[in-house]
Design a protein around this ligand. Structure first.
Ligand SMILES: Cc1cc2nc3c(=O)[nH]c(=O)nc-3n(C[C@H](O)[C@H](O)[C@H](O)COP(=O)(O)OP(=O)(O)OC[C@H]3O[C@@H](n4cnc5c(N)ncnc54)[C@H](O)[C@@H]3O)c2cc1C
Length: 337
């Protein structure tokens, strides 16, 4: 019988390094154990929250319910056709170990997503993205169990309604399901995506541009640019890059000519949240135990001993300052509990 443990410190389970407690916590290792757990539901196990690697969450208080931390492992090739290869991975696999496995097996598609913390199960949730690639470019299907009735469902990529740092799992299915496996469609004939200036520059040091070289180059850049959560608590980008209408972007550009604007089609443009924060003079600034990172102002860091509430207050200050400067409300990317 799967054990459900009581009063567990969440400190080892969130990269922000917030010292909160879970009233109940369970660590199922298979779909059967998840069903068994949900089957033996108790009133005090509500509400429920599924926690992966804890690299995109911020606990602002103790969690008075059940945290399910699935540990389903396994990576297998399920189908091969022409140059396409379908790979099914358990939600509890560490994301970067999975990317490494794919690259080592000469399967292209995920190499630009190297070195992103967290587990496979969360990759479709916010449609993780980096260096011009998103999870949705390779996700084929998502297998899940509904928390309310234990029904198993498989969603096609289209049903996942992926968008920029968004999906059905952050909307209609938010906190309603547990993703058990993700099936990716990868390729033995990868289209290499190297158009990011710092990636192009880093690749100059490699004799050949391969998926292995891209992975290594991205790991080097990210290690230089981003704080290591093992040393400084953080959850990556705290805010999303704002997406505005092309007209709004044009007006802003007139008053701020240096502002970076990225066309995203459909009359929309993406702005750089990091630039907006920097221009509002909040790069590398701290208040108490919390601050923005000195190289990347989009990352809010815990200098040590910060509470979740302190982080939220700091984030609200940044939102207010940026809104006063630019009239834009930054949306949070991190899941605040
Ligand atoms: C240093 C650093 C750099 C980062 N860089 C990037 C980046 O480049 N691009 C990017 O997109 N993100 C980035 N992130 C954010 C984070 O790594 C990703 O969002 C990652 O996918 C979160 O995975 P996780 O397992 O830690 O999820 P968690 O933080 O545990 O959970 C995140 C959300 O997903 C849900 N969830 C988790 N697992 C499951 C599951 N099995 N079933 C259902 N719901 C689930 C949770 O309920 C929660 O809502 C970064 C974070 C850090 C700390």
């Amino acid at each position: 019988m799967l054990s459900v443990r009581e009063n567990i410190s969440l400190l080892p389970y969130n990269t922000f390094g917030i010292d909160a407690f879970a009233r109940w916590m369970a660590f199922p290792r298979s779909t059967e154990e998840i069903k068994e757990l949900l089957d033996s539901n108790k009133p005090e196990w509500n509400p429920k929250f599924v926690l992966g690697g804890g690299s995109n969450v911020l606990f602002t208080r103790n969690y008075d319910g059940l945290i399910i931390h699935p540990l389903i492992k396994g990576i297998e090739i399920t189908q091969e056709k022409n140059r396409s290869v379908w790979v099914r991975a358990g939600c509890g696999e560490n994301w970067d170990d999975f990317v490494k496995w794919c690259v080592e097996h000469d399967l292209g598609g995920l190499e630009n997503l190297s070195n992103i913390p967290g587990n496979v199960g969360a990759s479709p949730v916010q449609n993780i993205g980096a260096y011009g690639v998103e999870a949705r470019d390779s996700v084929d299907r998502v297998e899940l169990v509904m928390l309310a009735d234990q029904k198993k469902r498989t969603l096609s990529a289209r049903m996942c309604r992926f968008n920029y740092r968004d999906s059905i799992f952050k909307n209609e299915l938010k906190d309603k399901c547990l993703i058990t496996h993700v099936i990716f469609r990868l390729t033995r004939e990868p289209v290499l995506k190297t158009h990011y200036p710092d990636l192009e520059k880093e690749l100059d040091d490699y004799p050949e541009t391969t998926i292995q070289a891209i992975r290594e180059a991205i790991i080097s850049i990210r290690r230089r640019k981003l704080p290591d959560p093992a040393e400084t608590g953080n959850a990556g980008s705290f805010f999303k890059n704002p997406v505005v209408t092309a007209q709004q972007a044009h007006l802003l550009k007139q008053s701020h000519p240096a502002m970076p604007v990225y066309d995203c089609g459909e009359n929309k443009a993406k702005l750089s949240a990091a630039w907006l924060i920097e221009q509002s003079h909040w790069k590398g600034k701290s208040k108490g135990n919390v601050g923005t990172h000195k190289n990347q102002p989009l990352v809010i860091v815990n200098h040590g001993g910060a509470t979740g509430t302190e982080v939220v207050d700091f984030a609200r200050t940044i939102q207010r300052v940026v809104q006063n400067h630019f009239g834009i409300l930054l949306e949070t990317e991190v899941n605040i509990l």
